[in-house]
Design a protein around this ligand. Structure first.
Ligand SMILES: *[C@@H]1O[C@H](CO)[C@@H](O)[C@H](O)[C@H]1NC(C)=O
Length: 381
């Protein structure tokens, strides 16, 4: 067995659930994502005409076409983000994701926070699904070999992935411990997303969120629910967090299932994005076929057969642009369900739909138009 297939056999057993992050819409191919939207039965782009921000959130097809022809370009500028590949104050190469994400303006602090937390989630998921301490030690020392240098390009900060794996390598694989470690990072991603989903400066919206986000529902989705409410209420100007105004509810098992399934797709594309050859993909697929890593993935909260079906369905390595588009799409699908399920007030969905602001969501790595379209669909269901 060649060293590359040994590495791949290792990766195939590792779990990743990155709950956020990719690149703004300007930098990704539009067509595959739009096809996936239709296939899932969400509102078509342009079909949601009732909300007050629609003119800003639903790009026309001519805009979409000009986006499709846009190329990623290499360029250099001073670094503003922590990354082992890119020390603050030094110059970034064209491989640095944060610079690729937006070559016209520096990435926002919110986007960097979302990427940073997603990278820790990814690292802990990898750590939790590893099959031996030796594998963890190998991954700690060889993160570039493990991801074939592609994870940073897709939208993660390799220094944080490494930090989580190296921390876990002291004790050996422990999926339950990893799942516990992930919770605060996962919570931070949701906080960052929800605080950047509306028109900036709309204090009323933040107050409304503070009053109606349900800690019990957030807990039921694996967040630190009270922490979400504390941060959102502080952002709304409250010195102490008022109690939720709505009765304590339970998360719909269907919503929980959707999140796990979407997270499994996200994981599959993250995993597949590391492959640089068809042989590496074949090796990943065969290892899943043998059940390698299946138990660990379940304990980390992912569905191994769904992961396998994505990986085994790919016939060629993903380009960075395609991988980014898939990561954006599945991160967005996760957020759509979380947002829908985070409150149960009368008019929750309608208020969200009317006030969501797509460009703000785009700027934290989501597909804002997709979120708005989906919420529109829910209000009509
Ligand atoms: C995670 O998110 C929080 C909240 O936005 C932020 O303060 C923190 O810096 C982020 N962590 C990383 C590693 O980027």
């Amino acid at each position: 067995m060649k060293i590359t297939s040994l590495i791949l056999a290792g990766i195939a057993g590792l779990g990743i659930a990155v709950a956020a992050v990719a690149v703004p819409k300007e930098m990704k191919p539009f067509v595959p994502v739009s096809q996936a939207i239709s296939a899932k039965g969400y509102a078509e782009p342009g079909s949601n005409n009732a909300g007050k921000n629609d003119d800003l959130s639903t790009p026309s097809w001519s805009q979409c076409e000009s986006v499709t022809s846009m190329e990623l370009e290499c360029y250099e500028k001073p670094c503003s983000a922590p990354d082992s590949d890119c020390a603050p104050g030094s110059s970034c190469s064209c491989d640095d994701v944060l610079m690729k994400i937006n070559k016209r303006q520096a990435p926002s602090a919110a986007l960097i926070a979302a990427i940073g937390n997603a990278s820790y989630v990814f690292g802990w998921e990898l750590a939790g699904a590893a099959t031996s301490q030796a594998q963890l030690r190998y991954a700690c020392a060889n993160i570039v070999a493990l991801g074939h240098g592609k994870w940073a390009a897709v939208g993660l900060i390799s220094g944080y992935i490494t930090a989580a794996i190296c921390a876990a390598s002291a004790a050996g694989p422990n999926p339950e411990e990893a799942a516990k470690q992930i919770i605060p990072y996962y919570t931070n991603i949701f906080i960052t997303q929800i605080l950047n989903s509306f028109l900036p400066g709309q204090g009323d919206t933040t107050i409304w969120l503070c009053q109606h986000l349900q800690a019990d529902l957030l807990d039921g989705m694996g967040f630190q629910g009270q922490h979400v409410r504390d941060v959102v209420c502080a952002a709304a100007g409250f010195s102490t967090t008022p109690a939720s105004e709505d009765p304590a509810p339970v998360v719909d098992p269907g919503d929980r299932g959707s999140i796990v399934s979407d997270a499994s797709h996200l994981y599959a594309y993250e995993l597949a994005s590391s492959a640089t050859s068809t042989a590496q993909l074949t090796s990943m697929c065969q290892n899943f076929g043998k059940g390698f890593g299946t138990t660990d993935l379940a304990r980390v909260g992912l569905v191994a057969p769904e992961v396998a079906s994505v990986i085994c369905g790919l016939s060629a390595p993903l380009s960075v642009a395609d991988a980014q588009a898939f990561v954006t799409e599945w991160s967005t699908q996760i957020y759509i369900i979380q947002l829908k399920a985070a409150g149960n007030a009368d008019g929750w969905l309608m208020y969200l739909y009317a006030n969501l602001y797509a460009p703000a969501m785009d700027a934290v790595g989501l597909d804002g138009g997709l979120v708005k379209g989906a919420l529109c669909g829910y209000t009509k269901a």
